[in-house]
Design a protein. Structure first.
Length: 233
């Protein structure tokens, strides 16, 4: 099981410090009240983009996979993501009669984890989400975890804080955040307000919520692309 020790950090606010812990050498940010790293069963890895020809991960995406593999939870690792609506890279790629534009982020993360020695039986792939909100909705509501046990969400600190701010609206299971070490923690300034808007007032029905969030994400990020934005992060 993951090891847990108290820690203080200069990189987080004073209000966070009382709840911080270390999970296998990585800083934990609190999510569901009372949840500890020892309670976590699964890991969720949201996508962090693809390389120039959509055949590999960005360095930040590889860092997320590395962190997920290191957590050694008893359950599964769910790799979540297709591509951002801003991302138009890649040649057609087919999986089970479904064609995608480039390799989905989730499949790239699965390949990384397999090469790192994670058993295929411990990896789940969610290859249809297009932003942070749909990452969380699809991973949880489509049954990729297989049960309702708690999850650790791994991401760089900037993205993780955005995730934890909207997670209460989207996840049906207990959760906490694990900060991926290293890399650039800055985010596109549009990301936070866009995620808040996409996640607000969603239908209660899971399928309807996923459909509404997907349409909102495609509309907003499509507009941002038309105005010259080329990167989600």
């Amino acid at each position: 099981m993951p090891t847990t020790t108290a820690v203080a950090s200069d990189r987080v606010t004073a209000s966070d410090q009382a709840d911080l812990a270390i999970m296998n050498g990585m800083t934990v940010l609190p999510g569901t009240p009372g949840l500890t790293p020892a309670d976590v069963a699964h890991v969720l890895v949201p996508g962090h983009g693809r390389n120039a020809d959509a055949t590999g991960l960005t360095p930040g995406g590889a860092d997320r996979c590395r962190a997920a593999a290191a957590l050694e939870v008893p359950g599964v690792i769910v790799c979540s993501g297709y591509k951002s609506p801003i991302d138009d890279k890649g040649a057609p790629w087919t999986h089970q009669d479904e064609t995608f534009q480039g390799v989905p982020e989730a499949d790239l993360m699965r390949s990384w984890l397999l090469e790192a020695g994670v058993p295929d039986t411990r990896i789940r792939v969610e290859r249809h989400s297009v932003d942070t909100v749909t990452n969380l909705l699809r991973a949880d509501h489509e049954g990729h975890f297989g049960d309702g046990r708690p999850v650790a969400i791994v991401a760089q600190q900037g993205h993780l804080r955005r995730i934890l701010a909207i997670a209460p609206r989207l996840l049906r299971r207990p959760y906490l955040g694990v900060v991926v070490p290293g890399g650039d923690t800055r985010e596109n300034p549009l990301a936070k307000p866009v995620s808040r808007w996409i996640s607000s007032g969603l239908p209660r029905d899971p399928a309807a919520a996923i459909g509404t969030a997907t349409r909102r994400a495609e509309l907003l990020w499509g507009t941002a692309r038309a105005l010259g934005r080329r990167r989600y992060y």
